[in-house]
Design a binder for this molecule. Structure first.
Ligand code: NAP
Length: 517
């Protein structure tokens, strides 16, 4: 069950107003943060902001590596905890922990390389085209304390020491981590390990803390000492928190990664050339992680009359039942299945009713483009879990109509033959307006952490389409630019002085260089 936005106070209402949502774990297993404890955490974070920002990038890189090393060393303790609370399998969780520590170390390399600072130096120029220009030097500086909301579906990679925490710490921002109620004990233990590693590596006190409890999460975001928020989860919760962040007396950026349908379009050429391979790949992708990935392909457009629907049904039936994360997700999934299967114009290809409690088998439903467009309200909504909708189209015009009906998505995928490039190009340009990542003959699940990764997209995929929450540029979300004009050398940050002591790439007079000015 997702929490309705109406359960959240508007920014002008008292914070104690909303009734807490259904808890997904034993609430007594980890005590909630007391208001006085939250106050101490916020004060410490505010005090840590200056010292953390003042650390040289290489020193912050050492902090990130220390956290990565500590988490790797604790894998045998953390993975069983994660298995118990999330019901995810050991291999998946070990892989996710590898991703998490890889990410921390990669971000450390980014700090040392230095171009993330966007250091730009325009020396004074009396002959500048529009008239004499002053000496201007620009770089990015940390925003200040950030509230990070951990996600339910990635207990490591998008949680306590996940991408948002790594990004904010890399940027030089203290982190106040709101634990997800789906894995409280794991959050608490991971938080202890992170805090201890940071302290041993020389981070200022207050650079990192975990808070537990729905209300404390809201209160933290409302606090004037907090300068940004980030979140991965449902659209209602993300929207409610975005409104709180925006409605504060001092509005702050809030980076929410919310819902996505991740449509996949199969051309007639691709269906003919490799229908079975596509069917198997699709079944594997929409059921990966029991369908609890924000990049799950929730819609597959197939040409009518190619028999792909039958191949998909066979492939989906071969995927076994598995456990969902928790009761809240299971309730939301059950609602989603009821909505999908009950919509007009739908036929059920594979019926995967709940087997027992959290255990579910995949569900595949089928419709046509006209029915999809007519019942878009019911059918173009994310169903979080192992379900997907196959949509048959008659011709290229129908495909374009369908693509134009989408709002924002994290990804959009095309399966086609290279010989069909001319027909596919207009579709791709429609999709580029609606998605953050475009895939060719691949599957959207599996989001690599790299320099060029984009994990974001127009609303409702995210609350800020100009950023990414995965990949090295995720750090950019927690930085803001400052220009120094006519500043004496001694008062400039080291990064912007004439001598390039750090040896980082800087744009000097319009040209990227590592030379001194
Ligand atoms: P959620 O309900 O969005 O909760 C995420 C976080 O926000 C939790 O810390 C939760 O606190 C807090 N929260 C929830 N509603 C809030 C509100 N109105 N105001 C302030 N804080 C609020 O996410 P979830 O528990 O992971 O899953 C619920 C549904 O979200 C799923 O069924 C799925 O549809 C969707 N989901 C989507 C993605 C995605 O990547 N697209 C990922 C995960 C989930 P507590 O934990 O303390 O209650």
């Amino acid at each position: 069950m997702t929490v309705p936005a109406s359960a959240v106070p508007t920014p002008t209402e008292p914070t104690s107003a909303p009734p807490p949502p259904t808890r997904v774990a034993n609430p007594t297993s980890v005590p909630h943060t007391e208001p006085a404890e939250l106050e101490a955490i916020l004060a410490a974070a505010a005090a840590a902001a200056g010292p953390l920002a003042a650390l040289a990038p290489a020193a912050r890189a050492r902090l990130l590596r220390a956290v990565a090393d500590a988490l790797d060393a604790a894998a045998d303790e953390l993975v069983p905890l994660a298995m118990e609370e999330s019901h995810l399998l050991e291999a998946r969780l070990r892989g996710e922990l590898v991703r998490t520590t890889f990410q921390l170390r990669l971000f450390g390399e980014v700090l040392e390389e230095g171009s993330y600072l966007e250091a730009t130096i325009d020396p004074a120029d009396p002959d500048w085209g529009m008239g004499p220009r002053p000496d201007l030097r620009r770089m990015l500086v940390p925003l200040g304390p950030v509230v990070v909301y951990a996600a339910s579906n990635f207990p490591f990679a998008f949680s306590v020491a996940g991408g948002d925490t790594a990004s904010a710490l890399a940027a030089g921002c203290p982190v106040i981590l709101k634990a997800h109620s789906g894995h409280p004990a794991l959050s608490q233990r991971t938080g202890e390990i992170v805090a201890q590693a940071l302290a041993c590596a020389g981070a200022p006190d207050g650079a990192f803390a975990v808070v537990v409890g729905y209300e404390r999460g809201i209160e933290a975001l409302q606090d004037q000492r907090v300068k940004a928020g980030s979140f991965t989860g449902s659209i209602p919760a993300g929207r409610a928190l975005f409104d709180i962040a925006s409605g504060r007396p001092e509005p702050i950026p809030f980076y929410g990664e919310l819902g996505s349908l991740n449509p996949v379009f199969v051309t007639p050429g691709a269906a003919k050339a490799r229908g079975e391979e596509i069917a198997t790949g699709f079944a594997g992708s929409f059921t990966l992680g029991v369908g609890q990935f924000c990049t799950k392909p929730g819609l597959l457009f197939v040409p009518a009359g190619h028999g792909l629907d039958e191949q998909i049904a066979v492939a989906a039936r071969e995927v076994g039942a598995a456990e969902l994360l928790n009761k809240r997700i299971a309730e939301g999934y059950a609602e989603g299945i009821t909505r999908l299967t009950g919509a007009p114009g739908i036929s059920v290809l594979v019926e995967g009713a709940a087997v027992d409690g959290l255990v579910v088998a995949p569900t595949v439903v089928k419709t046509t483009v006209p029915a999809l467009l007519e019942h878009a309200d019911a059918l173009l909504e994310e169903c979080f879990g192992p379900a997907s909708l196959v949509v048959e189209y008659e011709d290229v015009e129908q495909l374009a109509d369908a693509a134009a009906a989408f709002s924002g998505n994290l990804t959009a995928t095309v399966h086609a033959e290279e010989s069909e490039a001319d027909q596919v190009a207009p579709l791709l340009s429609l999709l580029r307006d609606r998605a953050g990542r475009l895939l060719w003959n691949g599957w959207p699940t599996g989001v690599s952490v790299t320099y060029a990764m984009q994990h974001g997209g127009p609303w409702p995929a995210t609350t800020s389409s100009i950023h990414t929450s995965v990949g090295t540029t995720a750090i950019r979300r927690f930085l803001r630019p400052v220009s120094y004009q006519g500043m004496p050398e001694a008062l400039l940050p080291e990064v912007l002085r004439d001598k390039n002591v750090l040896g980082i790439p800087r744009r000097v007079n319009g040209t990227l260089t590592t030379d001194d000015v």
